[in-house]
Design a protein around this ligand. Structure first.
Ligand code: FAD
Length: 232
């Protein structure tokens, strides 16, 4: 793996899984700061590649619920825009086989109802009607959430990476970032560190929000080892 000298940037995003790719895209399209996304691998190869892509309303709290719904809406829009059938709203079913499980489903059902999310609490008979081929002998109750969906995280990540590059982010895949430095309010990578690596601050960190973005056209494709998007 070679170390590629980088350029200074306001925001440095480490990791081109779905999280880093989506974050880079959303920050870059604001055009109020420069964004660089680095990954020593090709991106979308770790958790994102293995994910089952299930988007489920959890009912833990309103923040989690809002995140799932916002993600689902965006993923659906991307899939529709691409003309692909890689987002499917097919509903989710959680089953309980113990009294504790039943109590938990009732609690989640209550949270979802109060948050305006459709959910149906089913007994064994209702569960059997919904899932005729399931092994449901000892199922006591089930919670059906119709808006649950499945998507293709790897494909979405590739789309986010292309869109981030088009929006002006510098996307650098397949190259070790080298030492990371924070100098004069900006991040830079590569070369010899003046005061030592400062990677811990880089994760999720951003510099000032100066209006120095000068986005340049990118070819929109993403290849390992290539640097895409804006360059200074
Ligand atoms: C088997 C499995 C099934 C799952 N199913 C679901 C599901 O159905 N629904 C759901 O919502 N979630 C699911 N998840 C969880 C979901 O996949 C992850 O939450 C999500 O993909 C995390 O994305 P990420 O971008 O944070 O991480 P990752 O996709 O792991 O990406 C991290 C990236 O960071 C890079 N990296 C690592 N170190 C550095 C460094 N020092 N500098 C720069 N880059 C670095 C890596 O190369 C990698 O590309 C599942 C996970 C697994 C493993």
């Amino acid at each position: 793996m070679t170390e590629t000298p980088g350029t200074a940037t306001d925001v440095l995003v480490l990791g081109a899984g779905i999280l880093g790719a989506a974050l880079s895209y959303h920050l870059a399209r604001r055009k109020d700061r420069s964004v660089q996304l680095l990954d020593p691998g090709p991106g979308d190869r770790q958790a994102t590649r293995r994910s089952a892509g299930i988007l489920t309303v959890q009912g833990w709290d309103t923040w989690d619920l809002g995140l799932v719904r916002a993600s689902a809406a965006e993923y659906r829009a991307i899939a529709e825009w691409r003309g692909r059938s890689e987002f499917e709203t097919n509903g989710g079913l959680r089953v309980a086989r113990t009294p504790e499980g039943v109590a938990w489903l009732e609690r989640v059902h209550g949270v979802l109802q109060r948050s305006g999310v459709e959910s149906q609490l089913l007994g064994p008979e209702g569960t059997g009607r919904l899932l005729p081929a399931g092994s449901l002998e000892d199922v006591r109750s089930a919670l059906f959430t119709p808006e649950d969906a499945v998507c293709s995280p790897a494909t979405l990540t590739a789309d986010y990476l292309r869109s981030a590059a088009r929006a002006g982010a510098e996307v650098r895949l397949g190259a070790a970032p080298g030492p990371i430095r924070w100098t004069d309010g900006r991040w830079s990578t590569g070369g010899r560190p003046r005061r030592g690596p400062d990677a811990a601050r880089a994760v999720g960190g951003s510099g000032r929000t100066g209006g120095q973005s000068r986005p340049r056209p990118a070819d929109g494709s993403v290849h390992p080892g290539r640097s895409l998007g804006r360059r200074r």
